[in-house]
Design a protein around this ligand. Structure first.
Ligand code: CP
Ligand code: NVA
Length: 308
């Protein structure tokens, strides 16, 4: 039996696992751990059902810099696109590659893939969550503020996959999180309930509010994401009408916290929609540090799923 540790959502990770990943990624970034041979002879299969810049490139570069190789596998170019089952694909790929990373529409498809694969499966984003993004974001927050416990993150915008993972990641690591969304666009209610339970253990707070002004009070970080996630293009006009008037991150919203507040975004940004150019191009924006940290965190994740 091969070693099998998946990373499908942060709910499965103990707070200690998250800390270990953050500390390891930081050491890798600082050159304190030599990972150049960790993936020697290993192959990562990367299945993409949606586009990607950061996730694709950071995993591919990480594998290369760790002595391994990554295969880009577009869903529609695989027989999956012609109806081959996920079960058969998982079993066959398990005979060729050592790890699978998949970006899919449905989280259930990802679970099925992981169930039938006998090698580790990493979630590269699903409709439900984006765990690898939030792990590197926690590293970025830790680097900027020197701590996680007691930090306040305000997420303003759509209660989507990124918001869901942010809720779990913050609640597990002692970060206070306040999420402001319009009615009907709240984060997944089961995720919110789990975050509340995790926060009781870590001693942090979880808040879901309507008004961005309430969420950003005393915030160290204001985080947003697109109002129109991949696959939601048909709802674009309606969503922009609901979100833009009240949920766009502007300099006024940032200064209203009354303290030095960093701006975060997982990217890609839709400038002029969820955030103004003024904010994303300003000195308080740490979006490119977030993007860079994806590379360091992917290396820590690859080691972790392989039990290194
Ligand atoms: N943030 C993120 O996952 O970016 P990509 O869609 O470019 O991979
Ligand atoms: N919420 C966005 C994240 C992109 C990285 C989406 O799902 O499209």
């Amino acid at each position: 039996m091969k070693f099998k540790r998946d990373l499908l959502w942060l709910v499965d990770l103990e707070p200690e696992d998250i800390w270990e990943l953050i500390v390891t990624a930081k050491k890798i970034k600082e050159g304190k751990i030599d990972v150049s041979n960790d993936m020697s002879g290993k192959v990562l299969g990367m299945i993409f059902q949606k586009p990607s810049t950061r996730t694709r490139v950071s995993f591919e570069v990480a594998m290369l810099q760790m002595g391994g190789h990554a295969l880009y596998l577009n869903w529609n170019d695989l027989q999956l696109g012609r109806g081959e089952s996920i079960k058969d694909t998982a079993r066959v790929l398990s005979r060729y590659v050592d790890i699978i990373m998949a970006r899919v529409f449905s989280h259930l498809d990802l679970k099925e893939l992981a169930y039938y694969a006998d090698i580790p499966v990493i979630n590269g984003l699903s409709d439900l969550c984006h765990p690898v993004q939030i792990l590197s974001d926690l590293l970025t927050i830790y680097e900027k503020l020197g701590r996680l416990v007691g930090v306040k993150v305000a997420y303003v915008g759509d209660g989507n996959n990124v918001a869901n993972s942010l809720l779990i990641g913050c609640a597990k690591t002692g970060v206070n999180i306040s999420v402001a969304t319009p009615e009907g666009y709240e984060p997944n209610p089961d995720i919110v309930n789990m975050a509340v339970e995790f926060s009781k253990v870590s001693g942090s707070t979880v808040e879901i509010v309507r008004d961005p002004a309430d969420a950003v009070k005393d915030a160290d970080i204001i985080y947003t994401d697109t109002f129109v996630s991949m696959g939601m293009e048909k709802e674009r006009e309606e969503r922009l009408k609901v979100f833009i008037p009240k949920y766009r991150v502007t300099m006024d919203l940032i200064t209203s916290t009354g303290k030095r507040t960093y701006f975060m975004h997982c990217l890609p940004a839709h400038r002029g929609e969820e955030v103004t150019d003024e904010v994303i191009d300003s000195g308080i924006s740490i979006v490119y540090d977030q993007a860079e940290n994806r590379l360091h965190m992917q290396k820590a994740i690859l080691r972790w799923v392989m039990g290194l």
